[in-house]
Each structure stands twice: as C-alpha cells, then as structure tokens.
Design a protein around this ligand. Sequence first.
Ligand code: GDG
Length: 541
Amino acid sequence: MTLADVVASTGSMIVVSNRLPFVLVRDKDGNLKRKASAGGLVTAVAPVVINGNGLWVGWPGIHLNDPTEPIPESDPNDITPTAGLKSDKVVAVQMDPVMFDSYYNGCCNATFWPLFHSMPDRATFKGEHWKSYVKANKEFADCTIKALESLPPCTGNNDMPLIWVHDYHLMLAANWIRQAAEERELKCKLGFFLHIPFPPWDIFRLFPWSDEILQGMLGCDMVGFHITDYCLNFVDCCQRNLGCRVDRKNLLVEHGGRTVRVRPLPIGIPFERFVELAEKAPRVLSTNQKIILGVDRLDYTKGLVHRLRSFEKLLEKYPEHIEKVSLLQISVPSRTDVKEYQDLKEEMDQLVGRINGRFTTPNWSPIRYIYGCVSQDELAAFYRDSAVGLVTPLRDGMNLVAKEFVACQINIPPGVLIVSPFAGAGETMHEALICNPYEIDDASDVIHRALMMPEDERILRMNYLRRREKLNDVNYWTKSFLSAMGSLVTQDEQDDVGSVTMPAVTLDDFDEYLAKPKLPRRQKPECEGTRRNCLIRKPLN
Ligand code: GDG
C-alpha cells in the first residue's frame, strides 16, 4: 500500500504549519510564483491533504502588501508533491511584518528553540515577544477555522475533518480552534506534532507562560512527539504545572473533562527516494581518502564546534589517519540575521582554519568545509561515498541526516554511522555507534573505532539500520499519525479502520537482541568485549 492509497478517514485533513509547503516569490515582472519545498514532511503529508480534498494553512514566506492578492496555481510542469494542491486549498496567513518578526525570530527562535533544546542560558524571555506569539497563534487559529468552515458539513464521526497542527511555532493555536469550532458547532479532530524535543519539567517551567503552552497543546485530542522520553516530559509537566490527572503507562492526560492521548511517533524519511538518488547520483568525491561526513544547519544545537575538536583530537591521538582521512563538513546557513548564529559561523571559520593550519601537508588538508547548501543529488552522493556519517548534535528532536545517510549507504561494504545519544535518532537507531559529543577524548576514540571497524561488522550494523528506516519511513509515520487519531482508512479498506498497525516485533529482531541488559550502548576500554559495539560479533548466551 502506498500513501496515495491512504485517505484521512472519509473526512479531509487540514494541515497547519508555520510555513506553507511551498514559498511564494516574485518573478522579474512582479508576478507571484510558487517555489517548491523538497522536505520529506511535505512529500508525505501533501498526498493525504490533496487526496482527501483538504487544505493547508501557513505563512507563504513573503509579506504581501495586498493580503487579498490571489495565490498562484502551480506551474503546469511542476512534478513536486504539492503540484496538485490547488490555490483554493491553500490558506496563506498574513501578519504585520513587525509582529511576525517578534513572533518568529523573537519568541520561536530566541526563546522556544534554545529552551526546548535544554539550553536555557541562550533563551531570552520577553513579554512583547510572547504577546506577538499569542497574537500570531490567534491569527493561525482564525485562518484554520475559516478553512474548516469551507469544508462540506460532516455527517458523523466517520467523515470528521482532521486538523494537524505542527511544531513549536503553533503551540497555542489548538485551544482556540477547539473553542471556535465548538461555538460554531463544527466537528473536527485535532492533532499536534512537535518536531523538536520536549524538555524536562525543571527546564520547561523556566518559561514564564508555561501553563498557557500546556493548555494550548491540550486543546488537541492527541499530541505526538518523536520519542517516549519527550512524551513523558510532557505528561510530567502537565501533572506538575497544571495538576492534571495523568496515566504515565498509557500516556494519557486528563484536562478540561477530556482525555488527551500522548504518543511517540518517530518521524522517518522518504527512504526509497534517497535510495534512488544514491543509485543515480554521479560520483562527486574524487579521492582515495576515507571521508567522515557531517551535514547540518549551522546551528548551536548541532554540536559543530565539539565535532571539529573531536576530529582534531583524533588526528592528535591517532596520527595514522593523517593523509588518509578527511572530514567533509557541510554547514547550511541558517538564521543568518541573528547575532548568535553569526558568532557561531565566525567560531567555525576560525576553528577550521586553525585545525587545517596545524595538520595540513603538501598533499592533504584535514577539513573540507562547505558553508552553503548542496543539491539533493550531490548530498546523496556524499552520503553514499563517505566512510563515516558523523551526527553528533548536543540536542536534536530526531535528526533526519542520520536516516538519509543510512538510506544512501548502498555500497558494499558500507560505512559506519555515529550518532549522539542526545538526538531522537540516537534513541532509535540502535546499531549506530554512540558518541557523547561533550566528551571530546572519547568521541575521538569512537571515530577511530568507526574508521577501523571490520567489514563484516559494518555490513551487519548497516543492514539492520537500513531495514528499520525502510520499514519506518515517512509514509509509515503519516500512517501512524492517522492511526493514532483513529483516522486511518485505505481506499481499498474503507470499512477496516485502523487495520494498519505497528509492524510486529519478531524474536530475531535486532532491537530485542540489543535491548538485553548485557548490551551497553557505548564502549569503554575497561570493559572491552562486553559492550554493545563488540558483542555484535560475539554470540549472546
Ligand atoms: C527539525 C528538528 C527533526 C541539510 N543540508 C542540506 C540539506 N539538508 C537537509 C537534510 C535534512 C534536513 O535538511 C535537516 O533535517 P534535520 O532533521 O537534520 O534537522 P532540522 O532542520 O533541525 O529539523 C529535527 C526534524 O525537524 C524533522 O522532524 O528531525 O530534530 O530539529 O533533510 O537532508 N538538503 C540539501 N542540501 C543541503 O546542503 N538539499
């Protein structure tokens, strides 16, 4: 079954996200045009919206002087997943630019982003930004209600529209949507998904208006996070901040006379699309050196400075890698108008310069640093031809790069993935080597270990990693969301609601093998041979 066969119940889906699934730009004649966004989320969710005759509510990436200016239809040659999204199915949210800046750059990126990544020292708490956040969420909620009103009236529970609100930009909107829908006697189901971590209570409560955030999210019927840890943090905050009755085992929160379900829904990638890209992409790297690859937005949560220091330590401790190994770091410019991000860029530039100055020989430089964006083809070729994927964020909701790397590892023998335990991917990609980015010395040992890993162990680990990502791809994620909302119906199986369930865990499943208490997640010299990394090649009792 492909996602195209899936409809959101017999009702339609309304997706609400800060950005629309495309941005609007002006051509040289001043006409508005759509510019496609290529993310996995759009690929997975757009067919469900389009097939179910639903709508997408979001900011179009441009402030229009005339908010009534019509949204253009897609270009006739457009083959992207949103091509079928007609302009009357798009609700472009418009706001005063100053207010938008305060909401987006102020509250979302300068407060919630660092706070939710457990970096409270970097967060600013400003009343005026919070006011803008409240107003912006109200505006999104109003637009969503208009979208809901534009749908044909539903006749029962089976064709109830499903509203799916995304991410930390819109944590208040659901409550207003619910209230307004109830006032107008419009039926709908409401779901929320947070793409970043949900922090523990002692961090979350630093936010002066934390109660309002929880109440906003609890306006939904179901709240989804990448992993169980974030779910438990959320449940804990609801109990301790709001005094809600909660059920930790079944992840339920009672609020306002309703029971809200909380669910771990780990996001996946369009696995097959990346395999195809990797199969077709021409070779870009012409070198005999082993490549260690890092791909990240240039963001302080991604642990880039720590990563460079670990690589420097590797060359210091294991000089046998000199002239044999290079680090290729792609850093995509992000939030470039914010001082903190400009400072990070400067620090990275200096560090790359210093390490290269220290180790470069006439025939080799240790770090190749690309500050910019590469094409999807090139990215797939980098993923495919690298010996090590180094994904070491200090904190990360999931991290799609780790998943894309394994999807593109089609060469035999494959490379090795290293992940941080502080990313959602570190929780779910069990056969990757685990590396604490804060422990520079230990991180250099893990990189060394990856570079020296025998072929058979690389094959075994990569096979399991790829199998899991193929099964749990982004379509599976969308289906899991629909299923958690009780809205999963296939076109073939209209009367078999919820027939798609989590794939059964079999006895020979590697997860279970690894979950045995004897299998630790990291290797320490003092217990060599007993930790997870070594035991892969030694049979368990
Ligand atoms: C947030 C959460 C969560 C990167 N460089 C290039 C490029 N990329 C693409 C990658 C990947 C995406 O950007 C980055 O996704 P991540 O998941 O790694 O990180 P965030 O942007 O922070 O995403 C995160 C995610 O939401 C989904 O829920 O996993 O934890 O922070 O897809 O491929 N793409 C191209 N050129 C590049 O140079 N074409």
